[in-house]
Design a protein around this ligand. Structure first.
Ligand SMILES: *Cc1c(COP(=O)(O)O)cnc(C)c1O
Length: 358
């Protein structure tokens, strides 16, 4: 069977290994891991190795992905990461056991939906500890907790926070302790027991590994760490993980020697920029069948062959300088690239990218 290109190559064994490595570290600090599946659009075969690797839950930001996981019948709780839309509460209750929440109106709508479907729904209340994405502001804590406790079909399962993604705030002993202090206050004031204290995502791993994660944080939601083995704070490798569990491959469709500066009057490129060029003389270039419709930001891909450099990308073409590669590549050869999290997300989402398991 001929190879299909472009392809996202997925090494299940490496993902298993990464999950095992991270869940083992976290378990020694009393922290359970929800495997975050959005980076690969919740392909069940990948979710399965996350669970074999020790994740105790599956989490995604899209209800549609949770539905896919639900239909694969995994015997674990499914967690919705993005605050639900009011228009999707029925599906949320159907396909998510737990959801992260920050709006009273939404929690009440989930309560009504759960009641109507004769089921129960668990919520984790998100509290903003300073990163300024989702989460209630702490001065609304009492009001929100009282509204949750007044719901008869919603269980108050825990509290959580998100840091790093928007404000770039790093998890610290102080902001994590702040979350634990909210737990202490809630449990004492309202006579409830919170089961999950969810301290964040992959960016909480470094604090955990250093032994400085405050005791009481018992849950993290990990995507990038398991999938790409990288710490989002500085994109350094996480010890004991592989960085190449996912690779992207495509095929050379043109090889040519051309000048390095375009000839003629210059307007905007496809992205609305006026490109700048330096004159490096005549260079050997390759075009591969891969573009923004496959990975959105193809120029962020790193060629496995370090003699190649990406010099431009449009919707369907990625142009590489391969002057340093001797003997040169030829039409029909394939090239491999490593991806960042954004490109992985895009490649997994694109219907034009074939998914290939190894
Ligand atoms: C995507 C997401 C995560 C996982 O983030 P990683 O950096 O991939 O570990 C965790 N929590 C929320 C709310 C998310 O949306």
């Amino acid at each position: 069977m001929p190879q299909k290109n472009p392809a996202l190559m997925i090494d299940l064994q490496k993902i298993y290994h990464n999950a095992r490595s991270i869940t083992t570290l976290c378990a020694s600090y009393g922290i359970q891991i929800a495997g975050v599946t959005k980076g690969f659009c919740a392909i069940p075969a990948v979710a399965e190795v996350m669970l074999q690797g020790g994740c105790t839950m599956l989490a995604d930001s899209r209800v549609k992905n949770l539905q896919k996981l639900h239909e694969a019948h995994f015997d674990v709780e499914h967690l919705l990461l993005r605050t639900p839309m009011l228009s999707e509460v029925d599906e949320v209750v159907r396909y998510a056991d737990i959801s992260l929440n920050s709006e009273i109106a939404t929690i009440q709508a989930l309560n009504r939906a759960a009641r109507t479907l004769h089921t129960r729904h668990k919520i984790i209340l998100m509290i903003d500890v300073g990163d300024l994405r989702e989460g209630i502001w702490p001065d609304h804590l009492d009001e929100t907790v009282q509204a949750i406790l007044a719901c008869d079909a919603v269980d108050f399962e825990g509290i959580g926070c998100n840091v790093g993604c928007y404000g770039g705030i790093i998890p610290s002993p102080e902001n994590m302790q702040f979350l634990i202090d909210q737990q202490t206050y809630i449990e004492h004031t309202y006579d409830v027991k919170l089961r999950l204290i969810s301290g964040g995502s992959t960016n909480g791993l470094q604090l955990t590994a250093s032994g400085h994660m405050p005791k009481g944080i018992n849950h993290l939601r990990i995507g990038e760490g398991i999938l790409l083995g990288k710490n989002p704070i500085d994109r350094h490798p996480i010890p004991g993980t592989h960085q190449d569990a996912f690779r992207l491959r495509s095929e050379i469709i043109e090889c040519n020697q051309k000048p390095s500066v375009p000839i003629g009057e210059r307007g905007q490129d496809v992205f609305g920029n006026i490109p700048e060029f330096t004159d490096d003389g005549v260079r050997t270039r390759a075009i591969i069948a891969l573009g923004c419709q496959d990975v959105v930001r193809p120029y962020s891909l790193v060629p496995a062959d370090r003699r190649l450099t990406c010099i431009g990308a449009t919707s369907d073409h990625l142009i590489l300088d391969m002057t340093e590669a001797i003997p040169p590549y030829r039409v029909g050869d394939t090239l491999e690239f490593s991806l960042d999290y954004t490109s992985l997300l895009a490649a997994a989402t694109s219907e034009y990218v074939h998914k290939e398991f190894q």
